[in-house]
Structure formats: C-alpha cells, structure tokens
Design a binder for this molecule. Sequence first.
Ligand code: ATP
Ligand code: MG
Length: 215
Amino acid sequence: MDWKEEFRRGDDRPAAIGIMGGTFDPIHYGHLVTAENARHFFSLSRVIFVPAYRPPHKKQRRISPPEHRLEMVRLAIASNPHFTVSDMEISRRGPSYTIDTVLAMQQAYPAARLFFITGADAVLEILSWHRVTELLQNCTFIAATRPGYQLGQLRHNLSALPEVLLRRILTMEVPALAISSTDIRQRVREGRPVKYLLPEAVEDYIYRQALYQGD
Ligand code: ATP
Ligand code: MG
C-alpha cells in the first residue's frame, strides 16, 4: 500500500499535512507558491506555516519581532482555505529546531503523515540541522526548486546520509521565483518597489509598521 492509499482509508482525520517552516521576514510569493504546489502535488489536506522564533542558522542578523512575522503570515494566507499558521515555535521560545516542531505536530495529529516543505537552499544544508537523522525518520521532506540553488547537488551534499534516509527527501519543481526576504528588506530600506513580490496586505503592513527601514 502506498502512502496515499494508506491515508484514504476513510477516517476523517487529516491524512497528510505539510509544514512550511521559515523566518518569513517577510513572507512572499516564493513561500506561497511553494506551499500551494506542495499541497496540490502531494495531496496534502492542509499546509501549516510555522514561523520560527529564533532560526538556529540566522543568529548573525537582527530578525523582526515574531508578532510582526506571524501577522504577515496571517495576512498572506487569509485567502487560502488550505493554509493555516501555527505559533508553536514562537510560543516555545528558544532556538527553533524543526525536530521539536515535527514531534509536537505528531502529537497533535497522530494519524497524519507529516511533510516538511523547504526550498532547495534549505534542504542542501540539512546535514547541519539539529538531530537530522531523527528528523528524517519522523517526516518526509519536500524540497522545492529555487533559483540560484541546484537540487541536483542533493545527493552529493548529503552523501553522508544512508540511502534509506535520502529516500525521505522528495523533490518538486515549482515556478521559478527569484524572490527572497533579504531582497525585499533591502528594497524597502532603499525605497525600491516590492509590489508584486508579496501580497498587497503584507506590503501595506510593512509600510504601516515601518518595518525594514533602518536595518
Ligand atoms: P531570507 O532571505 O531572510 O533567508 P527567504 O526568502 O530565504 O528569507 P525563509 O523564511 O528563509 O525565506 O525561507 C523559508 C523557506 O522557504 C525555506 O525552506 C526556503 O528555502 C523557502 N523559500 C524561500 N523563498 C523561496 C523561493 N523563492 N522559492 C522556493 N522556496 C523558497
Ligand atoms: Mg532563507
């Protein structure tokens, strides 16, 4: 029985759930296109966006307060009935390790198969993630293409992983959007346009709250 069949067995609990982790400082169309395509391609019943409280890999730069990042995710996903947001990592405080989130999601949705959605840049670095073996044993990764990063490098980068774990990483092609939060922050700071890079409601929020002005 393949995993899709396994979860088509008639109970009404969520079958397959996507988790979209990120800093979302701010959320943009790259995130949304990736999440929506993962949802469709892997028949996920929903995608839960989980803004990190403190991303372990981003200690060097100042990150916007979590309340702002959470609110921007809320505004961005409002029109998609399959998208929700969790403040689990924000409430947990401390470094936001994905393994802790995945284990907590398992408790919350014991019947579901969990998928963790990332872009190519993130998955290529996965060997540096906290308790990576355990992480891959507890969820399946969906790695989306992202301009500037080569998913073809995956096997080379992750050659230290046993085959059985490598098979837990699935790849997915999404429409190429060369959009990053870093670029958006810089554009705002320099007074250049961010229109059409992210939802209008998020853009309005950024200007209203005067985010990214003086970083
Ligand atoms: P920053 O520039 O601050 O790192 P970012 O744009 O990379 O921001 P993150 O919050 O770091 O956004 O990313 C969250 C997740 O979304 C990561 O898995 C990342 O790979 C993925 N992602 C971000 N932008 C894109 C994009 N344009 N296409 C595909 N995946 C993306
Ligand atoms: Mg990033």
